[in-house]
Design a protein around this ligand. Structure first.
Ligand code: CO
Ligand code: ZN
Length: 331
């Protein structure tokens, strides 16, 4: 599975420009689903199984896009000013590298600071792709880039610039691979533009019209030096979301997930995330409302070039989701 993760995380796909990820996803799931469609927002929608007695239409969603930057201005010396796509923080950028969609690479650096003790704002940062001036600059205003970092395998733990949410994409592909039988009609959505406001999930949830919603995404941890206070740690199991900044998970679904984990001896944690949200929020609020929940993968350094997850959490998330969707759901 690490090969699949590596391929997914090393593919470039900032919000709205997910096409390379989409191709890789379709290549990997065409063996498992005979009904795969791409909608006008670029979401990949793959169906498996039909609804039988006690079954529901379940939408499961993982987002294909990653955070990035977009060029706003290029000066006469070829230095590129930029703004963010999704939740990029300036402190995570300085000295880092970026890879543009056209293959150009550059380093992000900062102007001389008036107050060196303060983190600079994005208006004080620029990208240097090594151009000698505007004439040989291959970047134009509106071009997008992502963090440029290779996949790193530490053994149990793996690092990448795009674990958010390619690890969810990999889990969803693995769930499709291992899926055998269920009373449910399953609709697996690989969504677009999550990082800029759940846009792909918003339209796909409307189109799918699910009866139950589930997202697979990363969450923060509270297990690093002087970190936020949060009862989620790397390696202690997938986190069952209770609450995040945009959603109160359906309590019946939370209970079902806890019962399912306990019955199958799958380690789990309970997640209360102060900020941020996932595709499940968009599913929950579509049409007249849908009971929704989320299986979260604990992840350190979210939205930095070095997001770290634990492979045991990944394996246990797959088990939990498979168990959940294999039995009738009576809320
Ligand atoms: Co994110
Ligand atoms: Zn995410």
């Amino acid at each position: 599975m690490k090969d699949l993760i590596q391929q997914l995380v090393e593919t470039t796909g900032p919000s709205g420009y997910e096409s390379q990820v989409r191709e890789l996803v379709i290549k990997n799931i065409s063996k498992f689903s005979k009904d795969i469609k791409t909608d006008s927002m670029g979401n990949v929608i793959a169906r498996m199984g039909t609804k039988k007695a006690g079954g529901s239409r379940i939408m499961v969603s993982a987002h294909m896009d990653e955070i990035g930057i977009i060029a706003t201005h290029i000066d006469e010396n070829g230095f590129i000013r930029f703004t963010t796509i999704g939740g990029v923080r300036a402190a995570n950028c300085i000295g880092g590298r970026v890879l543009f969609l056209n293959g150009a690479r550059g380093v992000i650096f900062m102007e001389k600071l008036e107050n060196p003790g303060h983190t600079p704002g994005f208006d004080q940062l620029y990208i240097d792709c090594g151009f000698s001036g505007r004439k040989d600059c291959t970047i134009t205003v509106g071009d997008m880039a992502v963090f440029d970092r290779p996949f790193t395998d530490l053994g149990n733990r793996v690092i990448s610039k795009a674990m958010d949410d390619r690890i969810g994409v990999a889990i969803q592909i693995e769930v499709m691979r291992q899926f055998k039988n269920s009373p449910h009609e399953l609709v697996f959505v690989f969504s677009t533009q999550e990082e800029v406001g759940l846009r792909g999930a918003t339209t796909s949830a409307y189109g799918v019209d699910p009866e139950i919603g589930l997202s697979i995404d990363v969450t923060l941890t509270g297990d690093t030096p002087k970190s936020i206070k949060m009862a989620v740690a790397l390696g202690k199991g997938p986190a069952i979301k209770v609450r995040d900044g945009g959603m109160l998970a359906d309590p019946r679904l939370v209970k079902l997930m806890i019962d399912t984990a306990e019955k199958n001896s799958i380690p789990y944690q309970l997640e209360v995330l102060e900020g941020g949200t996932t595709d499940a929020k968009a599913i929950q609020l579509t049409r007249s409302g849908v009971p929704s929940g989320c299986v979260s993968i604990p992840c350190r350094y979210v939205h930095s070039p070095s997001e770290m997850v634990d492979m045991n959490d990944v394996e246990n998330a797959i088990k939990l989701i498979l168990s959940l969707i294999s039995s009738p759901i009576d809320l």
